[in-house]
Design a protein around this ligand. Sequence first.
Ligand code: FE2
Ligand code: FE2
Length: 192
Amino acid sequence: MELTKKYLKEAISGESSAVVKYTAFMETATQEGFTNIAYLFKALIAAEQIHIQNHRKALKDPDFQPKLENFQQKTTLLNIENAIEGELYEYKTMYPTFMKAIKKERKTMYGKVGYLSFEWARNVEITHANALKIALSALQSGKDLGPTEIWVCKVCGNLVLGDLPSEPCPICKHDPHFYKLIKNESIETGEK
Ligand SMILES: [Fe+2]
Ligand SMILES: [Fe+2]
């Protein structure tokens, strides 16, 4: 239980830092005129908040205050590269390390819940990195991300570009009605 607790706190701090960073990156993308990339950051923020929510439910310590990491604010191109690096670090290193460390604690319900929260978050981060890579290749040819709807699974934070999926979420296996459409402020007309 002790290790699960320790790593849940680290994960909450990491995800909370990502939310702060992506909020700044979203503002920069808007200022640079990349409104669809700003929209992608908005969806990523919603997804990271789901990770925080799941980790917090597992931690059961409402008083815990996350420790925020510093980041550098650059141009959108460099911000996206930085974001991809962060997502891949969580996917390849951070969450696998946590999962390995708490393997034995999975015998308890507390450890089991923590492990599942890590496992979902880990598998989701690759969907975040992939969406960011699409934005990066558009930007490398000087363009914004193409117009798209973005859906986020309310259970695990899985992020999908395009139409509402008809299949259950591949990560948490919940029904497609758990996908939430993230509103694109820049094309909102007020009638929705
Ligand atoms: Fe992510
Ligand atoms: Fe999901």
